[in-house]
Design a protein around this ligand. Sequence first.
Ligand code: GLV
Ligand code: MN
Ligand code: MN
Length: 408
Amino acid sequence: MLSAARIMQRCEALARHSELPGGLTRVFLSREYRAAAEEVLGWMRAAGMHAQLDAIGNVAGRYEGERPGAPCLMLGSHLDTVRDAGRYDGMLGVISAIECVAALAANGKRLPFAIEVIGFGDEEGVRFGTSMFGSRGVSGTLDAAVLDTRDAQGASIAEALRQFGLDGSRFAGVARQKGDVLAYAELHIEQGPVLEADGLAVGVVSAINGFSRLRATLRGEAGHAGTVPMHLRRDALAAAAECVLAIERIARSDPALVGTVGRIEAKPGAINVIPGEVQFTIDFRAPQDALRQQAVRAAIDAVQEVAGRRRLNATIERIQELGVTPCAPWLIEQLERAVAAQGMRVRRLPSGAGHDGQAIQAIADIAMLFVRCKGGVSHNPAEAITEADAGVGARTLLTFIERFEPRS
Ligand code: GLV
Ligand code: MN
Ligand code: MN
């Protein structure tokens, strides 16, 4: 029997593994990430799965089908969080998938295919700036150079993996082959207001918007806040303020486009010192790649223009880019039939947020089921879902699994 109450309790339990007192922050390869991973491994094993950490920190469980070693239906989501996060983004998908496997195992049911559930290690990319490290590893699209990416303390992914007791140089062994994975399906909270407005507990994703991540650095000159006249300053923070507003203007130029400066750091960072150097991030999303790429070019031009006019030096690094990822029509159809089987109206909607499926699509067709969240709020501690909706989501996923027909 599926237990929506247990799904909610487990979301609560994972939220306790946090570096933020009174809130939830759990970045990749942290002490808290290990504790969450251990707890999830225990749940997977209790659900009848073989489970282990893979070489790059993903939590991976496998429930064999009627024939051992058969290709799998892959399910999952992520176990890392943003800073001051909600407790469902990512975790709900992993926990719901385990709950489905537990229900199959309780009935002694084996399917013509295996089920693998993966708790991906680094979807958000908060610690190292580059996202979907775990799912890129599984899809074989990880470049060895990514292991040199450093966090704010200067530790590389390779070093962090070593500290965690893993050998990152074995990353290629984590990659799955195309024939191994029949399809990938992910349950996730919607993170937007559409399902709530429509009075629906779940919806089926049509496509995931593409994203571009960049980092801009402006270098001016630090100086005394009391002595340098305004016309002689090369203030990197005042310049960055202009850039942030220019980026907002670019993002507002098309209703389908969104753009965000989510992090900014001014150095040296003292009340009486003119900021000499500023670094900030840029994140653009859109349902068309060309629209997003045009926005990126416009933002780069805007930053260069501001820097030139204010006699600053600007460098802009492209951190990561993933294109629009359509969900596969044959999987959408099967997921929609599973929704209809719950007596629910079928609703298709795009995803504005990024998801691990964007990486996994390199080896398998993907599908996503969204669960309604309160007020469309996410990446925020106020993120909330109801137990009833968690139940509808898990039952829909279980129906989809039980009736899953691989593409012939
Ligand atoms: C992940 O939540 C993202 O969309 O950045
Ligand atoms: Mn997220
Ligand atoms: Mn997520």
